[in-house]
Write a new protein. Structure first.
Length: 188
């Protein structure tokens, strides 16, 4: 059985017929590390289902400082949903951190399909719910956990993260400086 079909069925029941409709519009991509799928200021058209590797969403300030908002691990849906929903420009850049495998889906085609297929509509709703829950959880962690606890939690979620991405990118995600990150790593 197709692992992507099994994953989508963990979100909501979806028939093989509906899965086939999605599969037919999906384009498999291999993304080298540090490949942008959406740049800040661009109007995106696609959402990606990440099946291997790590991706992130970040913003670069005018003075060049980078703030990582999200790190995505498999299986995740990656893309500027606000920009896709509103057909507007993305406030963030979305890029692969490591080499990745993903399925690219045209967002407007998914929306059109959800108008005629209730299973796909239900799947779309479940995906939006998951994205909202993840964002709410992340916001709570930022205000309730200190940087050390956020780092420990991140290492539980992605055990080899220190081997996959540079320390400054981890620090950016945790909301701390690389110097603070180095101190935390020495304490653990």
């Amino acid at each position: 059985m197709n692992p992507n079909f099994l994953f989508l069925n963990t979100l909501t029941g979806i028939s093989e017929n509906s899965f086939q409709k999605i599969k037919n519009m999906a384009e498999f991509c291999r993304l080298p590390a540090h490949t942008s799928i959406t740049e800040n200021g661009e109007t995106p058209t696609d959402v990606y289902m990440l099946v291997d590797g790590l991706m992130r969403a970040y913003i670069r300030t005018e003075n060049g400082k980078i703030y990582t908002k999200s790190i995505f691990k498999p299986v995740s849906f990656v893309g500027s949903l606000s920009a896709l929903i509103n057909n507007s420009t993305s406030l963030l850049t979305y890029e692969s951190i490591t080499s990745c495998k993903a399925y690219k889906l045209n967002f407007k085609k998914i929306i059109e399909l959800s108008k005629t297929d209730d299973e796909i509509k239900s799947l779309y709703i479940k995906i939006l719910e998951k994205v909202f829950q993840k964002a709410e959880k992340r916001n709570l962690e930022l205000i309730t956990l200190d940087a050390k606890d956020r780092y420990i939690k991140l290492r539980r979620e992605i055990p080899n993260i220190d081997d996959l991405i540079p320390q400054y990118e981890i620090a950016s995600y945790l909301g701390i400086t690389p110097v603070q990150m180095s101190r935390i790593r020495k304490k653990i």
